[in-house]
Design a protein around this ligand. Structure first.
Ligand code: PMP
Length: 420
């Protein structure tokens, strides 16, 4: 049996009951979809339970209105709901309160916000930013480009052969020049769970800040930003049962307080003259213009949904499936799996078949309704290091089953035999 009641969960996700295989250009018109969907692309985006869809519909049907500025009834209702969404997210990740929770578009924007608002003014020649070789482009490209603008140096903590960070190397690299250590919590390619709290200690010893990319961790396990002692922390709503169009930036209040805004405009100001402006309180100082209101309300519902399941159980379910998938895939001696062993990783597995390009493999899997991702998963330098242009990645979530892992493995086996 599973740590979660998978059958009951699946009922809340009608999309999982659909078939695929028809012409995507004319859904519902051309040849019918015929094969049942096996959705194993959750690290890219997760599906949305009924309660979250309903939260979006309730908002548009019942109290759609702009926030902050209206004194009419609907605007007040929308404002309260939008503010409460910040409170709920704060509670979910162990932050002190809404002042520390900025709603952005996604993890990428959260990263850019800090890189621009903090990095542009704080970094300069002689400073270093320390990343890891397994950073997602959201972090790697952002800090790389901010470093170019400011003259700071970017350093990369080595990933060893088993997919773990070389912590001795980390201690060497993080020195008095270091102003920021930006590290992915769970690698979206290797599945490695990084020792972020230990890295935070190393960074704090030299007076550097730590930015944790929690895009893959917040959806899949209990996370407490204060326990980690992260200075900044980012994640996306769409990977945790929420809608697209909303991400979160957590920042320690005193740091967000000291930072200048990233985007300017309405809603983020307190007073404006033709000559100058002053800023709104946190977090609104960082939420210029009309924010993602429906998405915020829906993210609240997504957090409620996950919390009701229990994040411990969500993690146990992920562990269960990824261990099973890892074991089954290692049955094939022509499969290379990247990253740590099956019993020590997040709920995803990236691999390659000796004889088949990941894209062709993905296409064969698609014929069986099995949705995985093929490519570099926005970790191109890491793939270069692994000596693979691309890999196939299966990623699991609360509604996935062992039978779906079997469907994946059977389809992989068929591809092996086809190309042998
Ligand atoms: N970091 C990691 C580890 C991710 O897996 C992703 C999504 N693939 C991102 C950042 C970027 O997330 P988003 O596209 O929602 O900005």
């Amino acid at each position: 049996s599973y740590p979660l009641d998978v059958e009951a969960i699946r009922e809340q996700f009608p999309i999982l009951g659909r078939k695929v295989g028809g012409d995507p250009e004319t859904p519902g018109e051309g040849p019918d979809d015929t094969v049942p969907l096996v959705y194993l692309d959750n690290a890219a985006t997760s599906h949305t339970p009924e309660s979250v869809v309903e939260a979006i519909c309730d908002y548009y049907r019942g109290y759609n209105s702009n926030v902050h500025r209206g004194i009419h009834h609907l605007s007040q209702e929308a404002s309260v709901a939008y503010e409460q969404a910040h409170d709920r997210v704060a509670e979910f990740i162990g932050a002190d309160g809404r002042e520390e929770i900025v709603f952005t578009k996604n993890t990428t924007e959260s990263m850019n916000l800090v890189a621009y608002a903090w990095g542009l003014s704080e970094l300069g020649p002689g400073d270093s930013v320390v990343l890891t070789e397994m950073e997602h482009h959201a972090s790697l490209v952002t800090w790389q480009q901010i470093a170019k603008k400011t003259g700071a140096e970017v350093r990369y903590i080595r990933v060893d052969e088993d997919g773990y960070l070389d912590m001795d190397h980390a201690r060497d690299l993080i020195d008095d020049s270091t102003e920021m250590v930006s590290v992915v919590h769970i690698s979206n390619t290797l599945g490695t769970v990084n020792p972020v709290s230990e890295l935070a200690d190393v960074a704090h010893e030299v007076g550097a800040y730590v930015f944790v990319d929690g895009a893959q961790s917040v959806p899949t396990r209990p996370v407490d930003v204060e326990e980690i002692d992260a200075d900044f922390f980012a994640f996306s709503g769409h990977k945790m049962c929420g809608p697209t169009g909303i991400g979160v930036l957590y920042g320690k209040e005193h740091l967000l307080d000291e930072m200048q805004p990233y985007l300017y405009g309405g809603s983020m100001i307190r007073s404006v003259t033709y000559d100058d402006s002053t800023w709104e309180d946190l977090p609104w100082k960082f939420e210029a213009g009309t924010p993602p209101i429906a998405q915020g309300v829906a993210l609240h519902a997504a957090v409620d949904y996950l919390d009701d399941l229990g994040m411990d159980k969500v993690q146990a379910h992920e562990d269960h499936l990824v261990e099973y998938a890892y074991d089954r895939l290692t049955e094939f001696d022509d499969v290379t799996i990247y990253g740590p062993p099956g019993d020590d990783r997040g709920g995803l597995v990236s691999f390659n078949l000796d004889s088949v390009h990941a894209h062709d493999l993905s296409s064969i899997l698609n014929d069986h309704g099995v949705a995985i991702r093929a490519g570099d998963h926005c970790t191109q330098p890491l793939h270069d290091k692994l000596g693979a242009a691309a890999s196939a990645r299966a990623s699991f979530y609360i509604y996935n089953t062992r039978e779906e892992v079997d469907a994946l493995v059977d389809a992989v086996d068929e591809a092996r035999q086809l190309f042998a």
